[in-house]
Ligand binder design. Structure first.
Ligand code: PMP
Ligand code: GLN
Length: 380
Protein backbone atom coordinates (compact mmCIF):
# COMPACT_ATOMS: atom_id res chain seq x y z
CA UNK A 1 0.00 0.00 0.00
CA UNK A 2 1.11 3.55 -0.69
CA UNK A 3 1.27 5.84 2.30
CA UNK A 4 1.12 9.42 1.07
CA UNK A 5 3.90 11.69 2.26
CA UNK A 6 1.65 14.66 1.48
CA UNK A 7 -1.80 13.42 2.51
CA UNK A 8 -3.35 16.89 2.65
CA UNK A 9 -2.05 18.08 -0.69
CA UNK A 10 -4.44 18.11 -3.65
CA UNK A 11 -4.19 19.83 -7.02
CA UNK A 12 -2.89 23.38 -6.63
CA UNK A 13 -5.47 26.14 -6.64
CA UNK A 14 -3.76 27.68 -9.68
CA UNK A 15 -4.46 24.60 -11.78
CA UNK A 16 -7.95 24.21 -10.34
CA UNK A 17 -8.97 27.77 -11.16
CA UNK A 18 -7.34 27.87 -14.60
CA UNK A 19 -9.15 24.66 -15.50
CA UNK A 20 -12.43 26.05 -14.22
CA UNK A 21 -11.85 29.24 -16.25
CA UNK A 22 -11.27 27.16 -19.39
CA UNK A 23 -14.35 25.00 -18.78
CA UNK A 24 -16.61 28.03 -18.41
CA UNK A 25 -14.92 30.21 -21.02
CA UNK A 26 -14.21 32.78 -18.27
CA UNK A 27 -11.59 35.53 -18.43
CA UNK A 28 -8.73 34.04 -16.47
CA UNK A 29 -7.47 36.50 -13.83
CA UNK A 30 -6.60 33.60 -11.52
CA UNK A 31 -3.25 31.87 -12.13
CA UNK A 32 -0.40 34.35 -12.51
CA UNK A 33 0.83 34.34 -16.09
CA UNK A 34 0.74 37.00 -18.81
CA UNK A 35 -1.57 36.66 -21.79
CA UNK A 36 1.14 38.41 -23.87
CA UNK A 37 4.50 37.16 -24.97
CA UNK A 38 8.03 37.86 -23.77
CA UNK A 39 10.19 40.37 -25.73
CA UNK A 40 10.71 39.43 -29.40
CA UNK A 41 14.46 40.07 -29.11
CA UNK A 42 14.69 37.57 -26.24
CA UNK A 43 12.76 34.92 -28.14
CA UNK A 44 15.03 35.51 -31.16
CA UNK A 45 18.14 34.89 -29.09
CA UNK A 46 16.73 31.66 -27.65
CA UNK A 47 15.71 30.50 -31.15
CA UNK A 48 19.20 31.37 -32.36
CA UNK A 49 20.80 29.12 -29.76
CA UNK A 50 18.37 26.28 -30.43
CA UNK A 51 19.28 26.52 -34.13
CA UNK A 52 23.01 26.70 -33.50
CA UNK A 53 23.69 23.62 -31.47
CA UNK A 54 23.17 24.82 -27.88
CA UNK A 55 20.94 21.91 -27.00
CA UNK A 56 22.98 19.78 -24.61
CA UNK A 57 23.43 19.95 -20.82
CA UNK A 58 24.77 23.28 -19.61
CA UNK A 59 27.04 23.37 -16.53
CA UNK A 60 25.30 22.28 -13.34
CA UNK A 61 25.31 25.75 -11.75
CA UNK A 62 24.22 27.50 -14.95
CA UNK A 63 26.24 28.88 -17.87
CA UNK A 64 29.00 31.22 -16.61
CA UNK A 65 27.88 34.06 -18.92
CA UNK A 66 24.42 34.12 -17.37
CA UNK A 67 25.75 33.93 -13.83
CA UNK A 68 28.04 36.84 -14.63
CA UNK A 69 25.14 38.83 -16.10
CA UNK A 70 23.15 38.11 -12.91
CA UNK A 71 26.07 39.32 -10.77
CA UNK A 72 26.21 42.56 -12.78
CA UNK A 73 22.47 43.01 -12.40
CA UNK A 74 22.67 42.55 -8.61
CA UNK A 75 25.44 45.14 -8.51
CA UNK A 76 23.53 47.60 -10.71
CA UNK A 77 20.15 47.22 -9.04
CA UNK A 78 21.14 46.80 -5.40
CA UNK A 79 24.88 47.52 -5.07
CA UNK A 80 25.28 43.92 -3.99
CA UNK A 81 28.23 41.76 -4.95
CA UNK A 82 27.82 38.03 -5.50
CA UNK A 83 30.44 35.61 -6.81
CA UNK A 84 29.08 33.99 -9.99
CA UNK A 85 31.13 30.84 -9.38
CA UNK A 86 30.34 30.14 -5.77
CA UNK A 87 27.21 32.12 -4.89
CA UNK A 88 24.86 32.11 -7.90
CA UNK A 89 23.03 29.03 -9.16
CA UNK A 90 20.70 29.06 -12.17
CA UNK A 91 17.72 26.77 -11.64
CA UNK A 92 14.72 25.56 -13.61
CA UNK A 93 12.43 28.04 -11.87
CA UNK A 94 12.34 29.64 -8.45
CA UNK A 95 10.25 26.73 -7.22
CA UNK A 96 13.12 24.30 -7.76
CA UNK A 97 15.53 26.68 -6.06
CA UNK A 98 13.27 26.93 -3.01
CA UNK A 99 12.82 23.16 -2.87
CA UNK A 100 16.57 22.55 -3.13
CA UNK A 101 17.43 25.19 -0.53
CA UNK A 102 14.95 23.78 1.99
CA UNK A 103 15.96 20.19 1.31
CA UNK A 104 19.64 21.03 1.63
CA UNK A 105 19.56 22.50 5.11
CA UNK A 106 16.37 21.39 6.84
CA UNK A 107 16.45 18.17 8.85
CA UNK A 108 13.68 15.95 10.17
CA UNK A 109 12.16 17.52 13.27
CA UNK A 110 13.29 21.06 12.44
CA UNK A 111 10.75 23.87 12.44
CA UNK A 112 10.37 26.34 9.59
CA UNK A 113 8.45 29.56 10.06
CA UNK A 114 6.36 30.84 7.17
CA UNK A 115 3.79 33.61 6.88
CA UNK A 116 0.24 32.93 5.76
CA UNK A 117 -1.03 33.50 3.15
CA UNK A 118 2.03 31.48 2.06
CA UNK A 119 2.91 30.57 -1.52
CA UNK A 120 1.79 27.01 -1.94
CA UNK A 121 5.14 25.34 -2.68
CA UNK A 122 6.72 26.22 0.68
CA UNK A 123 4.89 23.83 2.97
CA UNK A 124 5.31 20.66 0.84
CA UNK A 125 9.07 21.28 0.65
CA UNK A 126 9.24 21.52 4.43
CA UNK A 127 7.03 18.46 4.97
CA UNK A 128 9.05 16.34 2.55
CA UNK A 129 12.15 17.21 4.57
CA UNK A 130 10.40 15.69 7.59
CA UNK A 131 10.23 19.10 9.22
CA UNK A 132 7.38 21.05 10.77
CA UNK A 133 5.91 24.15 9.10
CA UNK A 134 5.05 26.82 11.65
CA UNK A 135 2.48 29.19 10.18
CA UNK A 136 2.19 32.79 11.34
CA UNK A 137 -0.86 34.53 9.89
CA UNK A 138 -0.72 37.99 8.38
CA UNK A 139 -3.88 39.82 9.33
CA UNK A 140 -5.95 41.71 6.77
CA UNK A 141 -6.19 44.39 5.63
CA UNK A 142 -2.55 45.44 6.21
CA UNK A 143 -0.96 41.96 6.11
CA UNK A 144 2.15 43.15 7.98
CA UNK A 145 4.52 40.83 9.83
CA UNK A 146 4.15 41.01 13.62
CA UNK A 147 7.76 40.47 14.69
CA UNK A 148 6.87 40.01 18.36
CA UNK A 149 4.67 37.15 17.34
CA UNK A 150 7.54 35.72 15.30
CA UNK A 151 9.89 35.98 18.28
CA UNK A 152 7.39 34.03 20.38
CA UNK A 153 7.06 31.30 17.74
CA UNK A 154 10.79 30.57 17.73
CA UNK A 155 11.82 27.39 19.59
CA UNK A 156 15.13 25.52 19.88
CA UNK A 157 14.02 23.50 16.81
CA UNK A 158 13.46 26.53 14.59
CA UNK A 159 15.93 26.44 11.71
CA UNK A 160 14.55 28.68 8.97
CA UNK A 161 12.26 31.63 8.31
CA UNK A 162 10.76 31.91 4.83
CA UNK A 163 9.74 35.33 3.58
CA UNK A 164 8.31 36.63 0.31
CA UNK A 165 8.39 40.25 -0.84
CA UNK A 166 6.75 41.63 -2.91
CA UNK A 167 4.20 39.25 -1.51
CA UNK A 168 1.97 36.86 -3.41
CA UNK A 169 -1.04 37.03 -3.00
CA UNK A 170 -1.41 40.20 -0.90
CA UNK A 171 0.78 42.56 -2.94
CA UNK A 172 2.43 43.97 0.19
CA UNK A 173 6.15 44.71 0.42
CA UNK A 174 8.49 44.47 3.38
CA UNK A 175 10.44 47.47 4.62
CA UNK A 176 14.00 48.06 5.81
CA UNK A 177 12.57 47.89 9.34
CA UNK A 178 11.20 44.40 8.66
CA UNK A 179 14.61 43.29 7.46
CA UNK A 180 16.25 44.64 10.62
CA UNK A 181 13.74 42.80 12.80
CA UNK A 182 14.28 39.60 10.82
CA UNK A 183 18.05 39.98 11.00
CA UNK A 184 17.99 40.44 14.78
CA UNK A 185 16.02 37.20 15.23
CA UNK A 186 18.01 35.25 12.65
CA UNK A 187 21.27 36.22 14.28
CA UNK A 188 20.10 35.64 17.85
CA UNK A 189 18.73 32.15 17.07
CA UNK A 190 21.19 31.20 14.32
CA UNK A 191 18.50 30.81 11.68
CA UNK A 192 18.70 30.49 7.91
CA UNK A 193 16.47 32.76 5.84
CA UNK A 194 14.85 31.75 2.58
CA UNK A 195 13.76 34.91 0.79
CA UNK A 196 11.46 34.58 -2.21
CA UNK A 197 11.98 37.74 -4.26
CA UNK A 198 10.57 36.60 -7.59
CA UNK A 199 8.58 39.85 -7.93
CA UNK A 200 11.59 42.08 -7.16
CA UNK A 201 10.99 44.42 -10.14
CA UNK A 202 7.21 44.59 -9.76
CA UNK A 203 7.09 47.32 -7.16
CA UNK A 204 5.10 50.52 -7.47
CA UNK A 205 4.63 54.16 -6.58
CA UNK A 206 8.36 54.82 -6.58
CA UNK A 207 9.15 52.29 -3.84
CA UNK A 208 12.44 50.41 -3.98
CA UNK A 209 12.66 46.68 -3.41
CA UNK A 210 14.18 45.92 0.02
CA UNK A 211 16.24 42.88 -0.88
CA UNK A 212 17.63 40.58 1.78
CA UNK A 213 20.87 40.58 -0.25
CA UNK A 214 21.55 44.22 0.63
CA UNK A 215 21.31 43.55 4.36
CA UNK A 216 24.75 42.36 5.51
CA UNK A 217 23.49 40.27 8.45
CA UNK A 218 20.89 38.55 6.31
CA UNK A 219 23.16 38.24 3.27
CA UNK A 220 25.42 35.98 5.33
CA UNK A 221 22.65 33.52 6.18
CA UNK A 222 20.11 33.63 3.37
CA UNK A 223 19.03 31.84 0.25
CA UNK A 224 17.50 34.48 -2.02
CA UNK A 225 15.45 33.27 -4.93
CA UNK A 226 14.52 35.02 -8.19
CA UNK A 227 12.60 34.12 -11.36
CA UNK A 228 13.17 35.14 -14.97
CA UNK A 229 9.61 33.99 -15.65
CA UNK A 230 8.11 37.05 -13.94
CA UNK A 231 10.69 39.55 -15.14
CA UNK A 232 10.64 38.65 -18.84
CA UNK A 233 6.97 37.54 -19.19
CA UNK A 234 7.98 33.93 -19.82
CA UNK A 235 6.62 31.92 -16.90
CA UNK A 236 6.62 28.74 -19.00
CA UNK A 237 10.37 28.89 -19.47
CA UNK A 238 10.80 27.97 -15.82
CA UNK A 239 14.16 29.61 -15.28
CA UNK A 240 15.27 31.30 -12.10
CA UNK A 241 18.26 31.54 -9.79
CA UNK A 242 19.36 31.34 -6.21
CA UNK A 243 21.90 33.62 -4.55
CA UNK A 244 23.49 32.50 -1.27
CA UNK A 245 26.86 32.52 0.48
CA UNK A 246 29.29 29.85 -0.79
CA UNK A 247 28.72 27.41 2.08
CA UNK A 248 24.93 27.51 1.64
CA UNK A 249 25.26 27.38 -2.15
CA UNK A 250 27.46 24.28 -1.95
CA UNK A 251 24.78 22.43 0.00
CA UNK A 252 21.95 23.68 -2.21
CA UNK A 253 23.82 22.55 -5.36
CA UNK A 254 24.23 19.05 -3.91
CA UNK A 255 20.44 18.74 -4.03
CA UNK A 256 19.97 20.65 -7.29
CA UNK A 257 22.32 18.31 -9.14
CA UNK A 258 20.11 15.35 -8.28
CA UNK A 259 16.71 17.00 -8.63
CA UNK A 260 17.14 18.41 -12.14
CA UNK A 261 20.96 18.71 -12.44
CA UNK A 262 20.66 21.77 -14.69
CA UNK A 263 18.41 24.44 -16.12
CA UNK A 264 17.73 24.65 -19.87
CA UNK A 265 20.71 25.49 -22.10
CA UNK A 266 19.30 27.65 -24.97
CA UNK A 267 17.12 29.64 -22.57
CA UNK A 268 20.12 30.46 -20.40
CA UNK A 269 22.12 31.50 -23.47
CA UNK A 270 19.31 33.73 -24.73
CA UNK A 271 18.75 35.32 -21.32
CA UNK A 272 22.45 36.12 -20.95
CA UNK A 273 22.42 38.01 -24.28
CA UNK A 274 19.16 39.79 -23.54
CA UNK A 275 20.15 40.89 -20.04
CA UNK A 276 23.25 42.59 -21.40
CA UNK A 277 21.61 44.05 -24.49
CA UNK A 278 18.45 45.34 -22.76
CA UNK A 279 19.13 46.56 -19.23
CA UNK A 280 16.29 49.08 -19.74
CA UNK A 281 13.79 46.21 -19.56
CA UNK A 282 14.26 46.14 -15.78
CA UNK A 283 13.83 49.87 -15.25
CA UNK A 284 10.73 49.97 -17.44
CA UNK A 285 9.04 47.01 -15.77
CA UNK A 286 7.62 48.78 -12.69
CA UNK A 287 6.03 51.41 -14.96
CA UNK A 288 4.69 48.78 -17.33
CA UNK A 289 2.92 46.96 -14.50
CA UNK A 290 1.94 50.02 -12.47
CA UNK A 291 0.04 51.24 -15.51
CA UNK A 292 -1.78 47.91 -15.74
CA UNK A 293 -2.55 47.96 -12.02
CA UNK A 294 -3.94 51.49 -12.29
CA UNK A 295 -5.94 50.68 -15.39
CA UNK A 296 -7.56 47.67 -13.74
CA UNK A 297 -8.17 49.44 -10.45
CA UNK A 298 -9.69 52.47 -12.17
CA UNK A 299 -11.94 50.17 -14.16
CA UNK A 300 -13.27 48.48 -10.98
CA UNK A 301 -13.31 51.68 -8.90
CA UNK A 302 -17.09 51.91 -9.18
CA UNK A 303 -17.62 48.29 -8.17
CA UNK A 304 -18.42 47.08 -4.66
CA UNK A 305 -15.02 45.45 -4.33
CA UNK A 306 -12.92 47.18 -1.67
CA UNK A 307 -9.16 47.33 -2.11
CA UNK A 308 -5.89 49.12 -1.48
CA UNK A 309 -3.76 49.41 -4.63
CA UNK A 310 -1.22 46.61 -4.70
CA UNK A 311 2.25 47.80 -3.64
CA UNK A 312 4.00 45.04 -5.58
CA UNK A 313 3.56 41.82 -7.66
CA UNK A 314 1.06 41.58 -10.50
CA UNK A 315 -1.79 40.72 -8.19
CA UNK A 316 -4.59 42.85 -6.77
CA UNK A 317 -6.31 41.61 -3.64
CA UNK A 318 -9.95 42.68 -3.23
CA UNK A 319 -12.41 42.39 -0.36
CA UNK A 320 -15.72 41.16 -1.75
CA UNK A 321 -17.70 41.16 1.50
CA UNK A 322 -20.07 43.90 0.21
CA UNK A 323 -20.98 41.63 -2.70
CA UNK A 324 -21.34 38.16 -1.24
CA UNK A 325 -21.36 36.17 1.97
CA UNK A 326 -20.03 33.06 0.25
CA UNK A 327 -16.72 31.66 1.51
CA UNK A 328 -13.93 32.62 -0.88
CA UNK A 329 -13.54 29.26 -2.66
CA UNK A 330 -17.24 29.22 -3.43
CA UNK A 331 -17.22 32.88 -4.38
CA UNK A 332 -14.31 32.32 -6.81
CA UNK A 333 -16.15 29.36 -8.35
CA UNK A 334 -19.36 31.40 -8.63
CA UNK A 335 -17.51 34.34 -10.16
CA UNK A 336 -15.91 32.06 -12.74
CA UNK A 337 -19.13 30.25 -13.60
CA UNK A 338 -21.72 33.02 -13.44
CA UNK A 339 -19.79 36.22 -14.08
CA UNK A 340 -17.09 34.86 -16.36
CA UNK A 341 -14.06 36.10 -14.42
CA UNK A 342 -11.75 33.66 -12.63
CA UNK A 343 -9.93 34.68 -9.44
CA UNK A 344 -7.88 32.97 -6.73
CA UNK A 345 -9.40 32.51 -3.26
CA UNK A 346 -6.98 33.59 -0.54
CA UNK A 347 -7.98 31.32 2.35
CA UNK A 348 -6.30 28.32 0.68
CA UNK A 349 -2.92 29.86 1.51
CA UNK A 350 -3.67 29.87 5.26
CA UNK A 351 -3.41 27.14 7.86
CA UNK A 352 -6.10 29.00 9.83
CA UNK A 353 -7.86 31.46 7.52
CA UNK A 354 -9.03 34.76 9.05
CA UNK A 355 -12.71 35.63 8.96
CA UNK A 356 -12.30 37.86 5.93
CA UNK A 357 -13.45 37.60 2.36
CA UNK A 358 -10.78 38.26 -0.24
CA UNK A 359 -9.94 37.04 -3.71
CA UNK A 360 -6.90 37.78 -5.85
CA UNK A 361 -7.06 39.13 -9.39
CA UNK A 362 -4.04 38.94 -11.66
CA UNK A 363 -3.35 42.03 -13.78
CA UNK A 364 -0.52 40.78 -16.00
CA UNK A 365 -2.99 40.75 -18.87
CA UNK A 366 -3.58 42.73 -22.05
CA UNK A 367 -5.38 46.04 -21.36
CA UNK A 368 -8.31 44.73 -23.33
CA UNK A 369 -8.54 41.61 -21.16
CA UNK A 370 -8.46 43.73 -18.00
CA UNK A 371 -11.12 46.10 -19.31
CA UNK A 372 -13.37 43.28 -20.37
CA UNK A 373 -13.04 41.58 -16.99
CA UNK A 374 -13.62 44.85 -15.11
CA UNK A 375 -16.79 45.52 -17.10
CA UNK A 376 -18.17 42.24 -15.77
CA UNK A 377 -17.08 43.02 -12.20
CA UNK A 378 -18.48 46.55 -11.86
CA UNK A 379 -22.04 45.34 -12.15
CA UNK A 380 -21.89 43.08 -9.08
N1 PMP B 1 7.28 32.18 -5.53
C1 PMP B 1 6.20 32.93 -5.73
C2 PMP B 1 5.72 33.81 -4.64
C3 PMP B 1 5.51 32.86 -6.95
O1 PMP B 1 4.41 33.58 -7.13
C4 PMP B 1 6.01 32.03 -7.96
C5 PMP B 1 5.29 32.05 -9.28
N2 PMP B 1 4.88 30.90 -9.78
C6 PMP B 1 7.14 31.25 -7.70
C7 PMP B 1 7.76 31.36 -6.48
C8 PMP B 1 7.69 30.28 -8.69
O2 PMP B 1 8.44 30.82 -9.72
P1 PMP B 1 8.92 29.91 -10.91
O3 PMP B 1 7.82 29.83 -11.89
O4 PMP B 1 10.15 30.58 -11.43
O5 PMP B 1 9.24 28.55 -10.35
N1 GLN C 1 2.83 31.81 -9.11
C1 GLN C 1 1.66 31.72 -9.91
C2 GLN C 1 0.50 32.38 -9.18
O1 GLN C 1 0.63 32.75 -8.06
C3 GLN C 1 1.24 30.32 -10.23
C4 GLN C 1 2.28 29.31 -10.43
C5 GLN C 1 1.69 27.93 -10.51
O2 GLN C 1 0.67 27.72 -11.13
N2 GLN C 1 2.29 27.02 -9.82
O3 GLN C 1 -0.56 32.49 -9.72
Amino acid sequence: MIKSKLPHVGTTIFTVMSQMAAEHGAINLSQGFPDYDGPAALKDRVKHYIDHGYNQYPPMAGIPRLREAIARKLENCYGVSADPDTEITVTPGATEAIYCAVTAVIEAGDEVIMFDPAYDSYEPAVLLAGAKPVHIPLEPPAYRIDWERVAKAITPRTRMIMINSPHNPTGTVITAGDLDALAALAEKHDLIVCSDEVYEHLIYDGAKHATVLAHPTLRARAYVVFSFGKTYHVTGWKTGYCVAPAALTTEMRKVHQFVTFVGIQPIQQGLADFMDAHPEHLTELPHFYQRKRDLFNAAIADSRFVFEPSAGTYFQLVDYSAISELPDREFAAWLTREVGVAAIPVSVFYETPPAARYVRFCFCKEDETLQKAAARLVGL
